[in-house]
Structure formats: C-alpha cells, structure tokens
Design a binder for this molecule. Structure first.
Ligand code: FAD
Length: 382
C-alpha cells in the first residue's frame, strides 16, 4: 500500500498516513482481536457484525492451539507465533480457566504417526513419541487400552475457549473507546472511486471509516466478491459438541475417531470429520445433524477416557468452518482495493491474536508485514 491510497491523518513509521478511524467487519475471534489491536494502536475503532459476537465458527470451535502436522514453512512460523501470543496472555493471568497449556496427544496408524513425528522433529516442533505405557503414566485420565501402541505428545500445545477470549477482548475494546455494533444484518463493502470507505448494513445505513478490515469467516469470500475481489472459499461443514461436566482430566486429544479438548467447568468439546457428509445445510443457512451422530461421536470420545466416563451432550452446533480454497491463510492488505484488509483463515483460533497484531501493523503503518507476504489476498489475481 502506498501513501496515496489512504487519507492523511497521523504520521506513521512509513512516513505515510495512519488511518484515524477503522471499521472491522465480523464479530468472531479474528474480528474482535483485530479491532482490539487497532484500538491499542490508537485508532478509533468500530466493530460491526451481522448478528451477535461469536455467532460464527468461533462459537463452535475445537480451538486447539498448535502448529502440529505438515505445514508450509511460512504457515508453521505464523502458527508458532500464534501459540506464543497465547503464552503471553496466559502469563498475564495463569488462573484463567479458558486458556490452558495442557499439551496435546495425537495418534493414528503407526506409519502415519511416525511420518508426522519425523516431520515435526525436522521443523523443531516439540514432539515426543510415547508408548501406550507412557501414556498411561503421563495421563491417568485416559484409558490406556484406547491409545495406539505409539502416540505423539506435543507438550507445548494448549487450548482456548473462544467465547471467553472474545468476551475478554471485547471488554478491552470497549474500555479503549471502541464501539461494537451488532445485529446489522449482512453488510457489504462501501466502495467509492475504487477505494473501500466503509460498509453498508442490511438496513442500507452507511458506516464510514478510513480503513476497513473484512473478517467475516466463511462469509468473507461473498463480501469481497461483491466488491470485485476474488478470494476463493473452501469452507467445509463442521460440528462441535459440548458435553456436560465429567470428572476426568485430559490433554487435547486428536485420534482417528474423535478430537477432544477440555473446556471450562469440567466440560469437554468434541469434534471430528468422519460425519461431515451427514450435516444438512438448509436454504436459510441453518445446519442440522441427526442426534444419533452426536451420540456416536460422544461414544468414541468416552472410549478415550479412563474409568466409566460417559460423556453426554449439553449442546452441539453445526456450520461452516472458514477455510480459503487453497488452504492457506488470507491475511492483510488488499492491493486492488485500497483501504481494505482481509482476515480469513483456517486455524483462526491459533492465529487470532497474532493475526490481529500483524494486520494492525499493516493498517497503521501502511507497510506490508514480511510475515504476511505469503498470505497476501492479492495472490488470487483479479
Ligand atoms: C468445528 C471446528 C473446529 C475447529 N478447530 C480449530 C482448532 O482446533 N484450532 C484452530 O486454531 N482453529 C480451529 N477452528 C477454526 C477457528 O475456530 C476459526 O478459524 C475461527 O473461529 C474463525 O474466526 P473468524 O472470526 O474468522 O470467523 P467467525 O467466527 O465465523 O466470525 C465471522 C463473523 O462475521 C460475521 N459475518 C459474516 N458475514 C457477514 C456480513 N456479510 N456482514 C456482517 N457480518 C458478517 C458472522 O456473523 C460472524 O460473527 C475450528 C473451527 C471449527 C468450526
């Protein structure tokens, strides 16, 4: 972005103008994080969203904080920094029950486990192979017979409850003078003379700002497409089940039939992908699934836990899991639409804090952040 693409306000390190006002569209973890980071940087921020805060994927996320598995080097680096920013938040108040570093345990068929472990070790990711006996010793809350002969233990991983994180950041945003506008209906970008100058809400009302950040999760592609910017969408359907409290402790578990993470109040969140084709998306956008699938998923999850633990569902929710079509994050300045920035990514729980920080850097300085170069929205062309 160059100086002539933004209105002159205050000086920035690039010598260009920093926007005085910023509007962030989308009330999920990314939108709220970006808005809060912008407010910390001195911008006058409005967060605008169609319904309530946290009504999208962030309200139904496993939110395992990790950079496990096979990634491009740039994506791996960003995710490691994502976990790092949560460590900073954790250190500020280790008593928070919604952000914990319990470590993660992963297993699959032997060959897949060994290949994944080797890749993680090669990248310097903390990855240890545990035998079934090691698992029994380290994690008494798990049923040792359910574990594979060998598992990968990633002791540096953790989890966050995004509804709690969003509440926490939204409180800071308000304290810093930010405004949160909810229930605006589906909004679109307001473009004047080839520049993003704000949004138009569902009632037709215009909300103007010097900089606009689109963080609409699985709705991002549609919002940007309407403004003539192609950001292909690959968001699949997904479901998250939240359980009633259970008297057992566990790390984050990723296993062939169930992924499980602890949640505040002694409850658990459970998901997987084997049932995705059984989720029905209705014309009005609502998604449903047969209750028998929920029961089956919780039986798989219960099987992983020690004693006679039987997990029961408190509630479950289905919807789109935001993923750009090429699988890589889309973060930062939109070259073809001055004044506009995008945040659309898989692993948005892990990336929420660091993405908020780096996008704020781009908005406030006018300089593309080197760590976001690989994730530029401009990579899709026109
Ligand atoms: C089942 C599941 C498991 C997951 N597991 C993990 C994990 O283990 N680790 C990890 O890091 N990530 C995980 N994720 C991904 C992560 O949760 C998401 O990437 C993240 O929550 C996305 O946040 P967001 O703010 O981009 O989108 P969302 O939370 O979807 O928020 C988008 C917001 O934009 C609003 N909006 C949409 N369109 C418009 C419009 N036109 N006008 C106004 N407002 C609009 C929506 O109402 C919503 O408030 C998982 C996701 C799911 C669903």
């Amino acid at each position: 972005m160059t100086a002539d693409t933004r209105p002159a306000r205050t000086a920035s390190p690039s010598g260009s103008a920093a926007p005085a006002t910023a509007l962030v569209l989308g009330g999920g973890a990314l939108g709220v994080s970006i808005a809060t980071h912008l407010a910390r940087s001195g911008a006058k921020v409005t967060l605008a969203t169609s319904g309530d805060l946290c009504d999208g994927a962030s309200g139904r996320s496993l939110s395992w904080l990790n950079s496990a598995g096979d990634r491009t080097p740039a994506y791996h680096a960003l995710r490691v920094l994502g976990v790092d920013r949560y460590r900073t938040l954790f250190a500020a108040d280790p008593s928070r029950d919604w952000l914990r570093f319990t470590g993660g345990l992963w297993w699959d068929a032997e060959e897949a486990t060994h290949a994944r472990h080797a890749g993680e070790v090669a990248r310097g990711y903390d990855s240890q192979l545990l035998t079934r006996e090691d698992v029994a010793h380290t994690f008494p809350g798990l049923a040792p017979e359910a574990a594979a002969e060998e598992s990968i233990h990633n002791p540096g991983e953790g989890w966050v409850s995004l509804p709690h994180l969003i509440e926490h950041l939204a409180a800071e945003l308000r304290e810093r003078g930010g405004v949160i506008e909810t229930k605006l209906g589906a909004c679109s970008l307001l473009v004047k003379n080839g520049r993003a100058v704000g949004i138009r809400d569902a009632s037709g009302a215009e909300h103007r700002a010097d900089a606009v950040v689109v963080a609409c999760g699985a709705g991002t592609s549609a919002v940007m497409g309407e403004a003539g910017v192609d950001i292909p969408d690959g968001s699949p359907l997904a479901m998250l089940v939240t359980t009633e409290p259970a008297a057992v402790e566990a790390p984050v578990l990723n296993t062939p039939r169930a992924a499980v993470r602890p949640n505040p109040g002694g409850t658990f969140c459970v998901d997987h992908d084997w049932y995705v084709d059984q989720i029905v998306e209705h014309e009005d956008g609502r998604c449903t699934i047969d209750e028998s699938v929920v029961t089956e998923l919780l039986a798989e999850a219960s099987h992983l836990l020690s004693g006679d633990t039987t997990l029961t569902a408190a509630h479950w929710a289905c919807g789109r899991k935001p993923i750009p079509a090429d699988g890589e994050p889309v973060l930062g300045t939109v070259g073809q639409l001055p004044g506009c920035y995008v945040a659309f990514t898989h692993s948005g729980a892990t990336l929420a804090l660091v993405a908020g920080e780096l996008i704020t850097h781009e908005v406030m300085t006018g300089i593309r952040h080197p760590l976001l170069e690989a994730f530029s929205p401009d990579r899709f062309g026109g």
